[in-house]
Design a protein around this ligand. Sequence first.
Ligand code: MN
Length: 136
Amino acid sequence: MCDGKKNNPSAFPMGNPLPEMFSKYFIGQAYLQPLTDKGGPISNVTFEPGCRNNWHIHHKGGQILIVTGGKGWYQAWGEPARELHPGDVVDIPAEVKHWHGAAADSWFSHLAVEIPAEGGSAEWLEPVDDEMYSNL
Ligand code: MN
């Protein structure tokens, strides 16, 4: 695997390739740098071009994405995809099926803020359809 760190699109560290427990739910390579466990845990997530996660649901606690670099996408089920740029904030309510990731031609990074909730969990679902993604 080539070292993608020279491509880091943000001021935060890229960290390491996602552990397998997460990477199996991603298409392409992403990197994870935990930043803090105080309050809701916050991590910096960096996606290589074309990388995105599967459709998934954050149960009980939602998630906030704070875009820190590059260009990417967020899409909630049944809604048009939203193009993301540094400075954008996405408030993802609990129980909303969605995905997020890089644009096909750009590195992308966001802070992922997990909203703490008793019994909170993530449910991972099917990959984002290639044809739909390629038409974004
Ligand atoms: Mn999410």
